[in-house]
Design a protein. Sequence first.
Lengths: 1003, 415
Amino acid sequence: MSTRLARGGRLIDRGAAQEFTFNGKRMKGFKGDTLAAALLANDQMLVGRSFKYHRPRGIVASGAEEPNALVNMGEGGRFEPNQRTTTTELFDGLTATSQNHWPSLEFDVGVVNNYAARFLPAGFYYKTFIHPRAAWKHLFEPIVRQSAGLGKVPKDRDADRYEQAYAFCDVLVAGGGVAGLQAALVAGRAGARVILLEQAPHWGGRAPVDGVEIDGKPAEAFVEAALAELSAMENVTLRTRCMAFGVYDHGYVLAEERVADHTPGDGRPKKRLWRIRAGRIVSATGAIERPLSFAGNDIPGVMLASAVRDYVVNWAVSPGDRTVVVTNNDDAYRTAIALKEAGLDVPAVIDARPNVTGDLPAKARALGIRIETGSAIVKVKGSKRVTGVAIGLQAGEGAAREEIACDAVAMSGGWSPVVHLWSHCGGKLVWDEAAAHFRPDAARPPITHDGSAMVIAAGAANGALPAGECLADADRAGAEAAQALGMKPKKAKAPEAAAPAEARMEPVWIMPQGAGPALRMKMWLDYQNDVKVSDVQLAAREGYTSVEHTKRYTTLGMATDQGKLSNINGLAVLADSLNAEIPQVGTTTFRPPYTPVTIGALAGESRGDIFQPLRRTPMHAWHEAQGAYFEPVGLWRRPYCYPRAGETHEQAVHREVTNTRERLGLLDASTLGKIIVKGPDAGRFLDMLYTNVMSSLPVGKCRYGLMCNEQGFLSDDGVVARIDEDTWLCHTTSGGADRIHAWMEDWLQCEWWDWKVYTANVTEQYAQVAVVGPNARKLLEKLGGMDVSREALPFMQWADGELGGFRCRVYRISFSGELSYEIAVPASEGMAFWKALNDAGAEFGAMPYGTECLHVMRAEKGFIMIGDETDGTVTPLDLCLDWAVSKKKADFLGKRGMQRTYLANPERWKLVGLETLDGSVIPDGAYAVAPGVNGNGQRNTEGRVTSTYYSPTLKRGIAMGLVRRGPERMGETVEFPKVGGGSVKARIVSPVFYDKDGEKQNV
Amino acid sequence: MKRYSVFAIAREALRYHQGWERAWKSPEPKKSYDAIIVGAGGHGLASAYYLGKNYGITNVAVIEKGWLGGGNTGRNTTIIRSNYLQDPSAAIYEKARALYETLSQDLNYNVMFSPRGLLMLAQTHHEVRGYLRTVHANNLQGVSTEWIGPGRVKELVPIINIDGPRYPVLGALYQARGGTARHDAVAWGYARACSAMGMDIIQQCEVTGVTQSNGVVTGLDTTRGHIGCKKLGIVVAGHSGQLAEMAGFRLPIEAVALQALVSEPIKPCMDVVVMANTVHGYMSQSDKGEMVIGGGTDGFNNYTQRGSFHHIEETLRALVETFPMISRLKMLRQWGGIVDMTGDRSPIISKTPLGNCFINCGWGTGGFKAIPGSGWAMAELMAKGEPGPLAAEFSMWRFKEGQFIDESVAAGVAH
Ligand SMILES: Cc1cc2nc3c(=O)[nH]c(=O)nc-3n(C[C@H](O)[C@H](O)[C@H](O)COP(=O)(O)OP(=O)(O)OC[C@H]3O[C@@H](n4cnc5c(N)ncnc54)[C@H](O)[C@@H]3O)c2cc1C
């Protein structure tokens, strides 16, 4: 059984007991435990089920590489699936449940897949479930979906919040083991601004566990001294619980900090996303031990040798009473020694190497540990827990010569540097023959903007595994990073580490060497996804020989541990099957994130009301108080209508239309885009931008203008006012202001950079109100302060002045066909002005109206609306706006586009009014049909409706639409089929339904 | 070709699966072929397949510089739909969707086409009108779509937040027979079928030049020597500009990065595919249980197959707002592909200025769904030398004439 040892445990605080539950069972642990350590201390080795075969799964590792020990954690708004127990800090009250089984962890019916495993090899689903056709969707797929998946689905809204922060530094060091600390010291001493990140809650990494001595003292002393020195440096920032998970172009690094993950509900954010821009990145991310591939290597109780050591030394937990160690290298002997020293039984070390000579084996032998050389585990016994191992010759085919009873197996297949951060942005790898691993190729680093190396690998992450080499390498890396940024590293002797000499490891990819197919079907490569040696061999046999094909066909390395344990072993098996060298086969691409990152942290604080910035007009609060129904327009929210008690939205809109036409309406038009264009070349510039001429507009006058893109399609419209000799004010649509401003700057900065023109988007500097209706002038006269008479301020002119004590600019323009003034006041006075208008207007029947009323009125008047009549494929000529397209100008944006054959084709659909024969409203989006079908069997069409409303003024349905040769076909009838049957017939008429001669607006 | 079936698996299981043959052969290139397709992505392989199947042309090679299906075909989020607005688009995407319905049986390879329904959310009144227009258009195009209200949306997608404070869901454009398929399986299934017809699929062979005589193509220079051909189909997505340059013409194509990501797998919680274009994000759940997520393209051109991370953040913000439960899931993997964008966001299936050289490209952010239809149309074009009705409107000269097939009209995102 696995249990807590009476003594030891460098990371736990025995004085601080913590209670938690696993599958409802109460358990105890200590502060400083990981959840995995605490589970083991409570003899809970079985923690989950695998993905495909639902095999029992135990804890394998002690860090981010753990493939099995994932749990559902927490409850309600703090529920979280797939939590990795090996990196989860224990806290009092933690609740966890195991995943992917039904009805229980111990008895899972899904395990039938295991008994059928032989019939479910890699890719079996591509070869089956083909017939009958409907069965995949209705029968097979639902079964596959149910049995796949891992954790449960969160049900409640996230109760936590997340933060995002920026940081800048010269040198970012990822990894707080001895290599990271040393690199940070060197860079810090050279004066670099350093950020040092460590994913665990403690510093020092492996060295203290492995009993390394540095400069004659235990590694812990070095760690302490280094931390003291680093903390004292003002230019160094230290951060634990913070994982650098991705390296992006130009030294951009993202890191996830676990802030309150282990103290839920204390008010702090659960996690914080760091966006770091670094001059150089030192990747000191260490190395990960590899499993060995022998039959039954997935049975709970089989663990990485280093993890077994970690549990014993760091947390005083023994994974088993009797642990067999199996290895191809010297390092694993450390585990045997640590176990023995903790008073535990190590029946044997099974070493695949025929000759075992190193210092560590010698020490183990001296402790009385039996060593079997040239040997292999042929098979592990047990199902939910290891009960023993059968051993035989590594060079053999699997004949067992002895069985050894044990309840744990510690395996080591050698070490692989963690090269993720090196590789994310294109750093290349070399195959190191002696250590049998890929390590960063210093000659082909990821490069930054100036072509220099952006990432520098250090220590074990660079393949420098022995402690001595590791520190020297880190010292170099720190200096290199500082130097690259023009700093001078201080001359100081690198610390020296003493460690026992290790003999060479020997690569072992299959154990035993000559194992037949029956054994290979029991050798796991990827524990979570259930990929076995036989699966990779099958992929190779079937021609899925590119590593990417193998990965995808077998799903090797695609589990939530991203193949940290399985990838190299899988590659080696593939290479062997193809008779190729491992480096020829190559690796799959390393993609961020290094380990999975909480989506909430990536979304940050942007949710709910502040999901996106909210733009409010100065009068927003008033609209809210009136109970306005809002609609989003870009980031703005505009009142759609102001429903009164008992009114539907539709009724409200009709009331607003009628009131405005008969009395007086007030519209908050502040969102309308307002861009100042100024300078000696401003007129020339606007003549290029607009299809009509703006340079000739006299000061004091307004002109309606159209803008096209280069293709000749209409993109925005609005009224332009000439303010003075070299200043124009361009109104844009509400949604278009930012886009048009960017468009102007694009041309000015990229094409016409020598023109003297300046633009400023002043949309938010003004509040603007449209005062509309027969009583409009009366209201303004009542307020008083300036002459707004027909003579003093005729249609399409503007004037500065004062109204009711407010400084304002008044435009005589109309988008409704009524007598109308649009009045701009400084934004700060918008609310007061709006209230004043409402108060003073009461006696004239003033009512606010919303965007929908605006739409109906403009449609009654036949005015086009960008986004309704246009959709990016419509030209001004299609909308019969020929009068606003200059024929004289030599050039303007869109002129050439409009001349192309297709755009000049007389058959194009053009703007008309549509009057339904029965007075009904044509459905939104309807198309007019023409006889017959096209070459693809689709019904021919000859037009479509672009705006369609019930007109409260005319008491009937009216519409605008684009119809083939429309203006030439006045009086003809076209037919609009309805979805679901039937159709509406409409007569082609002029689009101006209301006040055709403009008598109302021009009074 | 040995057929795949449950019985074949059972038979093989008894001998530890030692008897399976290669899914496709790995031949040396011949001196020349009747037709060569460059690019073993889905579109290239489908083009070859229908050349053989519909026109009996099987002396064909498909040439691939990397591993087949390794381009965007193997990187996309596998959404299949045909609810396009413009007639030519609706025709070819619907043809493709219909072919997907029986593709597993045609290829004897389970491509896992799963028509479990696709929703495009409307979150502004403007979007509502846009989708109503699409429904009307689809109705006349023979594409089955409908407009559904927010209540029905919630029924189909229980995890959705329909009344968020900023962009409440006003309804959705729903295509019940839209869905997803397994991307790798599509490439592998076509490759296996092509190989079975005697075609040569040549991987790890990069085309470096196009040879011609008197304005007619004669063959290709490759990293494995010169290979002759009577007809050439260029189907290389993001690298189309480069191949076109080798063939001596230019294309109105830009290459930009489009990214996607998946969460860790969880138990089934969403059957349908949901696209939310106002906030810019879409999501489905794979059979493995991963939430498959995508968003918009980068604003600048590049070839690195990596994109800017802020797009990932923007997409996730949108989706956390739309599906609050994903906040506590974790992002497992993130990647990018280089997509080939035309000015009107519609593809090119066209003759070229070089005789007997044809091009199929510009599928941009949304070409996975088109693979069978595109292959069908390309095969017709190559076999007959003239486009059939499916391809007719997608000529590369439409940009000169201004005859765009603008789909960005209907939706900002077109996956
Ligand atoms: C992140 C992402 C998400 C997407 N989501 C969707 C979606 O949900 N739905 C959808 O319908 N579409 C989607 N797409 C788009 C879709 O993936 C593509 O449109 C489609 O796969 C393109 O297929 P293809 O065969 O044209 O190109 P590819 O699959 O890219 O194939 C082109 C092939 O040509 C090869 N090649 C290039 N140059 C040469 C040369 N010189 N010599 C030889 N070979 C060469 C390449 O190696 C490659 O294999 C997405 C794309 C991305 C990147």
